[in-house]
Design a protein around this ligand. Structure first.
Ligand code: ADP
Ligand code: MG
Length: 321
């Protein structure tokens, strides 16, 4: 059944996500009208997912809808911000009802869970690509930046990095592992952005970044922005049981260099550690100390054989083969 652009927007995107009182005008006019609370700084992020680049061609629409919003929620989490409003620029080869139903249901479900209202967007025809702009806020001066880490600060990561990259490898048939299959694939298809943790880290973390390109690459970005280095202890890496089932060396490799985790990597000054643990118990909030910020630039990984230094950045869309 052919859907007009108007019908498509009306049916799938007119009332998506949370209903919010601060949306004076949402989908339907030329632009949305939004009220930001007094004293708050507006936080804005945009991320695009391109078919065949950021997700495998033929990927389930539910996963595309979920991930398009999740990657932006993760960016706001890394700033310590609370998400509020989203705009969705959707480029579709054709208006396929089952695809749109899966996509919009997953997008809306994740938006609803985080109190986000879809307030506008754009719909065009072309090769499949999804771009989401997410807006939120935080108290003026309260943002978590990449640049605040100092030598001596403790280095943490949330969740179990590496799962998503292993899941993608399984999804693409580059890796075979029956036992771990479903858990790891779900971790790629439906990442859970650490929005509540990011907000609660304001006042504790000296620097924060979300892990999208790989733990090592993103920790290195944080270190560079802060003008120092990071030392990671391989033995401290929090590896999920399904990832460990792939073998110790492979699991460690995925955890250090795999992307798409959407976990938070953050640093905390040592004098704040006791209070952090008291207020946000690590067992409850699911984060792990993996190392320390150091003076010597680069990312240094210590394992049983010694220390390896990585100075190269992660995946680059323009230099990747
Ligand atoms: P205009 O041509 O004035 O930009 P559009 O026809 O593109 O208007 O959009 C009409 C309304 O629908 C606008 O409010 C726009 O923000 C919204 N909209 C369009 N596409 C989407 C989408 N994919 N998701 C959410 N809102 C959308
Ligand atoms: Mg438009």
């Amino acid at each position: 059944m052919a859907l007009s652009e108007f019908d498509l927007i009306d049916r799938y995107f007119r009332s998506s996500g949370a209903a919010r009182a601060d949306v004076r005008l949402g989908v339907g006019d030329d632009a949305a009208l939004l009220e930001c609370p007094a004293g708050m700084t507006l936080v804005a992020a945009v991320d695009t997912l391109v078919d065949g680049v950021h997700f495998p061609h033929g990927c389930r629409p539910e996963s595309v809808g979920h991930r398009a919003l999740a990657v932006n929620l993760s960016d706001l989490a890394a700033m310590g911000a609370r998400p509020a409003w989203a705009l969705l620029a959707l480029t579709l080869p054709s208006a396929e009802v089952p695809w749109l139903e899966g996509f919009s249901a997953a997008f809306s479900a994740l938006a609803l869970r985080h109190g986000v209202a879809l307030v506008g967007g754009d719909t065009t025809q072309g090769p499949l690509a999804v771009s989401v702009t997410l807006l939120g806020w935080l108290p003026a001066g309260g943002a978590l930046r990449r640049s605040g880490a100092a030598p001596g600060d403790a280095l943490f990561v949330s969740g179990t990095p590496g799962d998503a990259a292993a899941g993608l490898a399984l999804e693409q048939g580059r890796l075979a592992a029956e036992a771990a299959r479903e858990f790891l694939r779900e971790r790629f298809l439906f990442p859970e952005p650490r929005v509540a943790l990011g907000e609660r880290l304001r006042g504790y973390a000296s620097a924060c970044i979300d892990v999208s390109d790989g733990l090592l690459a993103d920790a290195l970005k944080l270190a560079r922005a802060s003008g120092c280095g990071v030392e990671l202890e391989a033995a401290r890496l929090p590896l999920s049981a399904p990832l460990r089932a792939l073998g110790a060396a492979r699991a460690r490799d995925f955890a250090l260099t795999g992307g798409d985790d959407y976990e938070l990597c953050f640093t905390v000054p040592v004098e704040r550690l006791a209070q952090l643990q008291a207020e946000l118990p690590s067992e409850l909030w699911g984060y792990t100390r993996i190392g320390t910020v150091c003076v010597e630039t680069g990312a240094h990984v210590r394992d049983e054989r010694g220390v390896k230094t990585v100075a190269a950045p992660g995946y680059d869309h323009f230099t990747a083969p």
